[in-house]
Design a protein around this ligand. Structure first.
Ligand SMILES: [Zn+2]
Ligand SMILES: [Zn+2]
Length: 360
């Protein structure tokens, strides 16, 4: 009897102890001074962890967007097409799809030293965040207007963004002052590209624009980067293309877009069965102007590319099952493996030797 009373008392004491603890926790968490200190500590840790070790005597590639328009952000929170390339002190963004500016900042990319943007073509999933990329590089100290390279039509895209954001440029200079948001650095400058030629050659970095096939968009471009004896080619949107394969000859890293036809057909069937026949038709149309994973593997083999990287997935794989579907038939062609890039994937090519370092 005595023992039972002691046990009951101990139980009550434990409950009171937990309740007091919860009350204390609630009291502390609702204290503005504690809240401020917690937020400051988190921000300090976040900002302090950003290290700009991109580029230098190596090429660094960081994925800031790997999705296509299909499927939205999904559980992986993917942004649309965006690849950052660093070489020497240069920093280029290849395409700026929706949400890619947010991704670039979250990944700690040094937006203040963005050299230029290269646009493969002008589909919305490659240009939607251009205004945000401009803003976020300008307010961090980009030292000149933002150059935007593209094929015929680049003036229309650049003029359109400048027109839409023109008031915003002025508001910010008026509010923050010329010292912090200088009007001389506000705005985009169109840099028209002649396809199938070297479009940039400075400080040992050479960039070549390569015509690819993404009908009816003409031209659609791929970009090859050569620096310190290392090379990377980014496909943009294309079918399996002989011109790309030729330009990618012996490249260290071939970064290729992919559309998985089994997944797309499943998506089309699901849409048609669930009252969305128009979207089903639009997605059905995409089957004829992209590259399947198997075709991308064939292209990499024909080009003798060392590492094949998939990006710009149609649709974006949202789980491990979809990841596996993307690899159907690929392992037979690329027994050395294929890298399936996600936001934050980093591929480094040191200037010495032929090593390729992959980090997530
Ligand atoms: Zn496209
Ligand atoms: Zn696209």
């Amino acid at each position: 009897m005595m023992l039972k009373k002691i046990k009951t008392a101990a139980r009550y004491a434990a409950i009171v102890f937990v309740l007091l603890g919860l009350a204390g926790y609630a009291l502390i968490m609702n204290h503005s001074g504690v809240q401020d200190r917690l937020v400051k500590r988190a921000l300090t840790a976040q900002l302090g962890s950003v290290v700009d070790d991109f580029g230098g005597d190596k090429i660094d590639v960081v994925f800031c967007g790997t999705a296509s328009p299909m499927g939205g952000a999904g559980p992986r929170g993917a942004a649309q097409s965006c690849v950052a390339v660093f070489a020497g002190d240069k920093f280029f963004l290849v395409d700026t799809g929706a949400r890619s500016a947010d991704k670039a900042i979250a990944l700690g990319l040094p937006m203040q030293r963005l050299s230029a943007v290269l646009l493969t073509h002008f589909h919305s999933d490659h240009i939607a965040a251009l205004g945000e990329v401009h803003l976020n590089s300008w307010v961090r100290g980009r030292p000149e207007k933002l150059r935007v390279y593209g094929g015929p039509g680049i003036e229309q895209v650049v003029n359109g963004f400048n027109l839409a954001y023109g008031l915003d440029y002025r508001y910010r200079t008026d509010h923050h002052g010329e010292a912090y948001t200088p009007s001389k650095n506000a705005g985009l400058v169109a840099q028209p590209i002649i396809a199938d030629s070297v479009i940039y050659d400075e400080d040992g970095l050479k960039i070549t624009a390569v015509t690819v096939s993404h009908p009816p968009i003409e031209p659609a471009l791929a970009f090859r980067f050569d620096y310190a004896g290392r090379s990377v080619l980014i496909s943009g949107d294309t079918v399996k293309d002989d011109n790309l394969i030729e330009a990618a000859r012996n490249v260290d890293v071939l970064i290729h877009e992919v559309l998985q036809p089994d997944l797309v057909k499943t998506l089309i069937a699901a849409l048609a069965e669930n009252g969305q026949p128009k979207l089903a038709k639009i997605i059905d149309d995409t089957l004829d102007y992209h590259t399947t994973p198997v075709e991308a593997a064939e292209a990499a083999n024909l080009a003798n590319a060392d590492l094949l990287v998939f990006y710009h997935y149609a649709p974006m794989p949202q789980n491990a099952v979809m990841d596996r579907i993307y690899m159907r038939g690929v392992a037979e062609l690329r027994p050395e493996g294929v890298l399936a890039a996600l936001e934050g994937t980093r591929v480094t090519l040191p200037s010495q030797g032929d090593s390729i370092i992959i980090a997530d």
